[in-house]
Design a protein around this ligand. Sequence first.
Ligand SMILES: NC(=O)c1ccc[n+]([C@@H]2O[C@H](COP(=O)([O-])OP(=O)(O)OC[C@H]3O[C@@H](n4cnc5c(N)ncnc54)[C@H](O)[C@@H]3O)[C@@H](O)[C@H]2O)c1
Length: 356
Amino acid sequence: MKYALIGCGRISPNHIEAAKNNNLEIVAMCDIIPEIIQEKSEKFGLAYVKKYTDYKELLVNEKPELVAIATESGKHATIALDCIEAGCNVIIEKPIALSIADAQAIIDAGKRKGVLVCANHQNRFNKSVQYIRKALDAGRFGKLSHGAAHIRWNRGASYYTQAPWRGTWIQDGGCLMNQCIHNIDLLRWMMGDDIEEVMAYTDQIEHPYLEAEDLGMALVKFKNGSYGLIEGTTNVYPKNLEETLYIFGQNGTVKAGGTSDNIIEEWSFADKLDDPEYVKATYHENPPNVYGFGHTPLYADVIHAIENGREPYVDGEAGKRALELVLAIYKSAAEHRPVKLPLTACSTMDFVGRFD
Ligand SMILES: NC(=O)c1ccc[n+]([C@@H]2O[C@H](COP(=O)([O-])OP(=O)(O)OC[C@H]3O[C@@H](n4cnc5c(N)ncnc54)[C@H](O)[C@@H]3O)[C@@H](O)[C@H]2O)c1
């Protein structure tokens, strides 16, 4: 399957490795900075692939079947719509877009053109997360009480200087939209997806040079009667501490932990169907960074979905739901009131000037 990558920055190695691990035919790489393509292509033994600084030329010349989009988040929607229009299936890095309207436009365009849209929430493929999901689908938790997502990370000034788009409203959003959206996605997905209402605070405490927040605290009321708690920040001294996901049900308690939900730290079920010590030892990964090992299985799923004419495991709607929850948190915090879902219109651009 002919594959191309658009955006060859920090996260691109995970895409290149996922494409290679899945035997995709990597036909082209694109970045507006030629040196970046050069560096990445050499580093990964891809000096032979075609290199483009204009993705539209790439689409016309190479006609890839699958394209991954790993540019600044604010560019995802325009590039994705062009790729879809050219008949390509797309894997779009998180967040899928920065507005509800753009996310919906991507979903609609995919349907209209008969191509697949995948939102790159790779942590859904963590071994730990997959095993928790299996327990949930089997009904082992019983009635859900509540869940909690904590993202206690650190990002310092050098991280933002490297790429000045980070922390801006037009290209990114703050820590909730960028760093925390993976765990926010997991919480929503595990707790039943359907949300009634969100109440939140966001603030900017340690990063005055950003436009957006570096701390978010939110409460979520799910339609199934359960609740969610979100605490996300990039202010933790002096380095990433943890990313944890708790799920509490009538008959089960689970905690995923590590720096990005890669391990299971608590596993208690009334049914005693498995040995907690065995579960903790088995569904345990130790990735070199917070990006984990999820890109490769996410790509495998997308390829299988294309070949079998089905929706991917993490489709465009899933990407839109994660985006919607972050935007609802922003809206509630900005307006000092609970916000009902679904959000029909909202964008990071609605919050320009919030922390000025
Ligand atoms: N899934 C994850 O765990 C994860 C981790 C990090 C970043 N991300 C997401 O990936 C995206 C990229 O993040 P990053 O940290 O790699 O950013 P980055 O700034 O390091 O890389 C982005 C690259 O895109 C290039 N680019 C910009 N416009 C382009 C265009 N029109 N055509 C081609 N290339 C273009 C830039 O020159 C840059 O090299 C963001 O949306 C971010 O949220 C996801």
